[in-house]
Write a protein that binds this ligand. Structure first.
Ligand SMILES: [Ca+2]
Ligand SMILES: [Ca+2]
Length: 319
């Protein structure tokens, strides 16, 4: 099989990955990106393993706050840094719990040694000798860069015009990419967007796009915030969505973006988004196809962290 760039992995859904690449534990990175790119840094570090891939996929769809909690969990001795040994211990624990991890252990028995490979990720985090410490700043910066680069690549694939804008329909396609809708329903939603903005579309900038996905990464906190407003499960109108984005995710979504989002998701056209129309779907999309937590220990872990964080500290108070 030809080497596949890491970026392509991440643009695939989990299902694609599993279908195409389950039998190949690691792939050479093969990238042509500028030196500042996180992929360049990862690529010069060696191999991307399957557990790296699962980890990166999870990193992509986790809010900064939950990522901070995950870091504290990796720090077993509580000294504020994570060393390679701590990282490996937690990673091994995760692999034990995960059915994919178990399958890979089976591979290890048949000669494909899984343990002991210096993966691109461990080398990036801990240096070539694996003796450096990982700080919370480096961990968070890594997440920020990875999210920004992947989202930029996704945006770029829609070929923005000379003003750097993609059409409302392109934006809708990106949003619906991993939402798991039946093809018929997806087509109906896209048709609605095309029709609404056919004659007076103004397009979506990359900044709009990045902001909106930052908002989506906080969708679990948004859901919690709506609980605090005593309107969980109830419908929200455009000003409420804008307000919640500002107070919970700290992003200022433009009225145009919000209008497009309502056009996409307001199935019954009552001017309101119900929980079922929007929040529930977007929580699912966040997982990029990783909807079976039993397959992936790390995702299961993030789920329990998110639940734990929700129980102890309401997002709306998190300023
Ligand atoms: Ca430590
Ligand atoms: Ca509605």
């Amino acid at each position: 099989m030809l080497p596949v760039p890491l970026t392509i992995y991440l643009l695939w859904s989990y299902q694609d990955y599993r279908d195409r690449l389950l039998n190949s534990i690691s792939q050479r990175l093969n990238l042509d990106l500028d030196e500042d790119s996180i992929f360049y840094k990862l690529g010069s570090s060696g191999l991307i393993t399957f557990s790296d891939y699962i980890f990166l996929l999870t990193v992509l769809s986790t809010s900064r706050r939950h990522f901070e909690i995950a870091f504290r969990m990796f720090d077993l001795n509580g000294d504020g840094d994570v060393d390679c040994e701590e990282f490996e211990k937690v990673a091994a624990l995760i692999r034990q719990q995960s059915s994919i991890g178990s399958r890979h252990r089976d591979h290890a028995n048949t000669g494909n040694t899984f343990k002991g490979i210096n993966s691109a990720l461990t080398t990036y985090f801990f240096g070539p000798q694996l003796n450096q410490k990982l700080t919370i700043e480096k961990f968070l910066d890594f997440q920020h860069q990875l999210q920004k680069e992947i989202l930029s690549l996704e945006f770029q694939r829609k070929q923005p015009d000379e003003n750097g804008r993609i059409t409302e329909a392109d934006f809708a396609e990106l949003l619906l990419a991993y939402a798991g809708y039946p093809a018929k329903k997806k087509a109906r939603m896209l048709k609605r967007v095309k029709k609404t903005f056919r004659d007076h579309g103004v397009g979506i900038t990359k900044d709009d796009y990045l902001k909106f996905f930052h908002f989506l990464n906080n969708i679990n906190d948004v859901d919690t915030a709506l609980t605090f407003y005593h309107i969980a499960g109830a419908s929200i109108d455009q000003p409420t969505l804008r307000h919640v984005a500002r107070t919970v995710a700290h992003v200022d979504l433009s009225p145009h973006v919000i209008n497009v989002v309502f056009t996409i998701f307001d199935e019954n056209m009552d001017g309101q988004l119900s929980n079922r129309e929007f929040v529930a779907v977007m929580k699912n999309r966040l997982l990029r196809g990783l909807e079976k937590p039993k397959d992936t220990g790390f995702v299961k872990l993030m789920y329990s962290l998110i639940k734990c964080a929700r129980d102890t500290k309401p997002a709306i108070l998190d300023f």
